[in-house]
Ligand binder design. Structure first.
Ligand code: AMP
Length: 438
């Protein structure tokens, strides 16, 4: 039997409804904040991610799925390396959404110099070559937002508030959400801080794992995220970002917190929160669900240098992304069925001798926008009723020779079993009225 790729999932039924619900709620909540939907390609040039996410990140170094056409693979194999390939021949499946949206903003000049900020949201599959486990997939789905051209700390706070409102609207108990924030500084203060952490790691080299020693050279701040307990203990004495901010960054961070306080948003300051992607500057944030055991369900931050890294003019930006699969797991643990109930339908049942009359009744109901099912396998009337129950039909339209002769249909309520006769010509409006909530 053909098998799914490990670390991927088929989305259907209740799970698919849950994913669609996440997008519907996003459209509503983010729409109120002025965000419009954007869809960028799932495949981009490798350079887009290398510039944006950062060459030294795990995502780019180890997890990006590279894509080559069959013809290119032959060339690659004969040459033994990628060296001869042009930039446009080096492609990857997107591991996250921000780099692609920022690339689109640069290419389409979404934020002309001096122009108004642009607010975009997206939803779609992302791809990372990770070792699959609970809440960690190789193809997963994110909903995210990008707000380009807004340097004001109010934008950071509003973005975080919007994220928390989104989670609440999805059904999370507000007390279960743990929001952590931090500021990572900017081009003025971050390089010096990075160096301090690097020196700290090298000063404690004999106590750190080999991964952290490698991180010291390429991305020292990631040592705060090391899985090794001993490294974490050593890093608990490392210099912290908020203590090393320049005056402007310190003021920006203080303002973000003031706005969050004013809005009554609960947060904890986590001075060791460093997000996995290189592009973040100043505010970063992450949300976990207490007791869910799935890690962060969403996170984001400010990336004031990213537009330039993608070849655009200096433009501030910020955003976040949330993961569908982890949210679904965490909500399930709280007893929330994000997919809701399967949609109910109307079933048109008949005796075999009048089957042809079902055709126009079904059409009329569907034309009226009513989800309608019928039998296409020559089942008996009894098993059609069974099928109607299985499909969760609220009403059943029954046609037999007597009904057809009189030009009526019998309408049966599937829960009370009450029956009424309705003229066939009035069936669709009558059914629509019965189904509409009073
Ligand atoms: P990131 O882009 O790494 O900040 O991730 C944002 C969100 O996407 C995380 O909080 C998770 O909810 C989700 N996510 C990231 N990586 C994965 C993965 N491999 N599998 C499932 N969800 C993921």
């Amino acid at each position: 039997m053909a098998q799914r790729v490990q670390g991927t999932e088929d989305l259907y039924g209740n799970y698919m409804r849950a994913w669609q619900h996440m997008q519907d709620v996003a459209r509503e909540v983010f729409g109120a904040y002025g965000f419009d939907l954007i869809e960028t390609p799932a495949i981009e040039q490798v350079a887009t991610f290398v510039h944006g996410i950062g060459e030294s990140t795990d995502v780019v170094r180890k997890e990006m799925f590279r894509v080559y056409s069959g013809a290119l693979i032959d060339t690659l194999l004969s040459k033994g390396s990628e060296e001869g390939l042009k930039a446009k021949q080096r492609l990857a499946l997107r591991p996250e959404g921000t780099a692609g949206v920022v690339r689109a903003a640069v290419q389409n000049n979404f934020v002309p110099q001096g122009g108004a900020p642009v607010k975009l949201w997206y939803a779609g599959p992302m791809f990372r070559g990770e070792r699959p486990q609970k809440g960690r997939l190789r193809q997963f789905h994110q909903v995210g937002v990008e707000w380009l051209g807004a340097p004001d700390a109010a934008a950071d706070a509003e973005c975080i508030i919007m994220l928390m409102r989104y989670f609440e609207r999805l059904g999370f108990a507000p007390d279960s959400l743990k929001l952590a924030i931090n500021s990572m500084g900017d081009v003025a203060c971050r390089p010096a801080y990075r160096n301090k952490v690097r020196t700290f790691i090298l000063d404690h080299a004999d106590q750190m794992c080999s991964d952290c020693l490698e991180r010291a050279e390429i991305n020292p701040l990631r040592a705060f995220d090391c899985k090794n307990d001993h490294c974490r203990e050593v890093m608990s004495d490392a210099p912290l970002a908020p203590d090393n901010l320049c005056d402007d960054c310190a003021e920006h961070y203080a303002q973000v917190k003031r706005y969050l306080d004013e809005a009554g948003i609960d947060y904890v300051e986590d001075p060791t929160l460093v997000r996995g992607l290189d592009y973040y500057t100043r505010t970063v944030f992450e949300v976990e669900v207490e007791g869910a055991g799935v890690g962060a369900i969403g996170g984001g931050g400010r990336y004031d240098g990213l537009m330039e890294l993608e070849g655009g003019k200096p433009t501030p930006g910020l955003g976040f992304a949330v993961g569908f699969e982890r949210i679904a797991l965490a909500l399930e643990a709280q007893g929330v069925n994000m997919g809701g109930d399967a949609p109910s339908c109307v079933y048109v049942a008949c005796t075999p001798d009048v089957r042809t009359h079902v055709f126009s009744a079904v059409l009329a109901l569907r034309e009226a926008g009513i989800r309608t099912e019928a039998d296409y396998q020559g089942r008996s009337l009894k098993s059609q009723f069974k099928q109607a129950n299985k499909l969760g039909a609220r009403l059943c339209v029954v046609l037999g020779p007597d009904e057809v002769a009189e030009g009526v249909a019998t309408l049966r309520d599937m829960s009370t079993h009450d029956q009424v006769q309705v003229p066939l010509g009035e069936l669709a409006p009558y059914v629509a009225a019965r189904l509409s909530p009073c």
